[in-house]
Design a binder for this molecule. Structure first.
Ligand code: GAP
Length: 521
């Protein structure tokens, strides 16, 4: 058996560029840090993941499964603006509190998130120099630990640097040579500012949304008033979000412009725990269904001290996490499932002045009236929020699919789940003569008619068949259909299976049914 080489992020990024999955944004101008563009294959891959989410969340919620109340899950979509009234962000807490305190190093110009910096001092000697600071799992960690071992031996203690307060004069920064080069933590607001209208004064400030979620809270009342949905139900949308991340990194993982797929699921406070567990478990199953299975995917319940302010009183927060090559052996967040309680609706009720008018009137609850019907109950629903990153999902799909295979001419193939493959099938004439291109054209047209809404049906006459197969391996195309001299005699084609390299012959008119079965449609 061939040994499987470990996955390398550099190789994955090189393939993404070479095959047109992901390009650096504005590359001909030297790029722009934290921004990425998708090429032809990447744009289709991203669309396929977004479509899968839309289909399974909005069109056929949770695959038709009943919720904890025994009824079908109900979700309606919206599409809200990237720019909202700035008061939305005051109410949500983003204007005041969407800050990551950062520590700068005056010597190396490196910048660290304050809550990521660890420190080692002599036992009971935090107030004495030196204190060695480092970022966990960074190259500096080993260097600083070695220095601490040499200085303190077994008499050492480790803690979060911010426990020292703001005076870091006795601290040796993670990458510094001199003591005392770290600045006190400073807050950076992560929202991108812009101006509305021509005057561009302080009164015209607006923000690019840092999450799609608030658009759904703000439209909660309109959705209730204009549709037939009632609590429990969800509002869902996908769309761009923008965060002026201080340290964008790890390819598209932490970008400044990215896309989210979010659900705000409204339920009665008494049912929140059950709906939280329901969504947490189904979201994990959903990611698994797209091929992110096995040891690379975990569901992690947050510790209490990690919870966001709005989740502290709730049932909790869980993350679906994927083991990316750059986080291994650790994991990175793909999606957070949070019980946000009634925090957001209450905030908007207060800041908009709507007050109790933003409450939901539930005619199915309350005391029983003399006529035997419930009197109804007014309340702020609680919210369970499954919030997924589309770009992170695409990145996980790319990392999972990347499969080195030295036996193939391409040396690697992309083993996408068929639902995600940007190219669903390729049709190749073996040579460019003897009527083969015409037959290939006819088959391509038939397959595009039937499957074109799901992804690309590729056709290509140039280069040797081996090179064309190699290109499809790198693009992750699951099936290639080749028209050869036998096709001219008996109207059969060769099917090449991407994952096994097996080849078989199928009647040309049976190809649409064959592909439909393999794609599960
Ligand atoms: N409404 C809740 C919310 O926005 P979040 O955990 O900040 O929660 C949700 O973001 C998801 O958005 C994350 O799980 C991640 O997949 C994605 N995400 C957040 N920041 C990102 C960034 N800078 N780049 C790419 N994806 C990001």
């Amino acid at each position: 058996m061939t040994a499987v080489a470990p996955k390398s992020m550099d190789e994955i990024m090189a393939l993404c560029k070479r095959r047109g999955f992901v390009y650096p944004a504005s590359e001909i101008y030297g790029g722009i840090n934290g921004f990425w563009d998708y090429g032809p294959l990447g744009a289709q891959l991203k669309k396929n993941l977004r479509d899968a989410w839309w289909q399974d969340v909005v069109m056929n919620p949770c695959w038709g499964r009943s919720g904890p109340d025994g009824n079908p899950v109900e979700i309606v979509p919206v599409d809200t603006c990237i720019i909202q009234n700035p008061r939305v962000w005051e109410a949500s807490g983003h204007v005041g509190g969407f800050n990551d305190p950062m520590i700068d190093c005056r010597e190396t110009k490196a910048r660290y998130r304050a809550d990521h910096v660890r420190a080692i001092a002599g036992t009971g000697k935090r107030d004495q120099a030196p204190v060695f600071a480092f970022i966990k799992d960074s190259p500096a960690e080993a260097k600083q630990r070695k220095a601490a071992d040499k200085k303190f031996g077994d008499e050492q203690e480790e803690f979060d640097l911010i426990e020292l307060g703001t005076d870091f004069s006795r601290v040796l920064g993670p990458d510094a040579k001199e003591l005392g080069t770290l600045t006190p933590p400073r807050a950076f607001n992560l929202m991108f500012k812009t101006y509305i209208g021509a005057t561009a004064g302080e009164d015209d400030i607006a923000y690019l949304r840092p999450e799609t979620a608030q658009g759904m809270f703000v439209q909660f009342k309109n959705v209730i008033d204009t549709t037939r949905v009632g609590v429990p139900f969800g509002i869902a949308q996908t769309g761009k979000a923008f965060r002026n991340e201080v340290t964008p990194r790890n390819f598209t993982f932490r970008s400044r412009e990215f896309e989210q797929m979010e659900i705000e699921f409204f339920c009665h406070p008494d049912q929140a725990n059950d709906w939280y567990a329901f969504w947490r478990d189904w979201r994990m199953e959903w990611w698994k269904s797209l091929g992110l299975a096995g040891e690379n995917l975990i569901l992690r319940e947050h510790d209490r001290d990690e919870l966001a302010h709005y989740a502290k009183d709730g049932a909790g927060t869980s993350d679906v996490e994927y083991r990316f090559p750059f986080t291994a052996p650790g994991y990175g967040e793909l999606e957070g499932i949070a019980h946000r309680t009634d925090f957001d609706l209450r905030q908007h009720a207060e800041h908009s002045g709507l007050g109790d008018r933003l409450k939901y009137f539930d005619s199915t609850r309350g005391e029983t009236a003399p006529n035997g019907q419930p009197k109804g109950e007014k309340y702020f629903p609680h919210v369970i929020e499954p919030s997924a990153g589309l770009d992170r999902g695409v990145l996980a799909a790319l990392c999972e699919a990347f499969t080195p295979d030295p036996e193939r001419p391409s040396g690697v193939f992309m083993k996408f789940h068929p639902r995600l493959s940007p190219i669903k099938a390729a049709v190749f004439p073996l040579v460019k003569k003897d009527g083969m291109p015409e037959k290939a054209h006819a088959l391509t047209t038939a397959l595009r008619k039937k499957f074109g809404h799901l992804g690309v049906i590729e056709t290509d006459e140039k280069q040797s068949i081996g090179k064309r197969y190699a290109r499809m391996d790198e693009a992750g195309c699951p099936f290639c259909f080749t028209i050869d001299s036998d096709t001219l005699a008996d109207d059969t084609v060769t099917v090449r299976h991407r994952d096994t390299l097996a080849q078989e012959r199928v009647a040309m008119d049976a190809v649409p049914a064959f592909l439909g079965e393999k794609l599960g449609v």
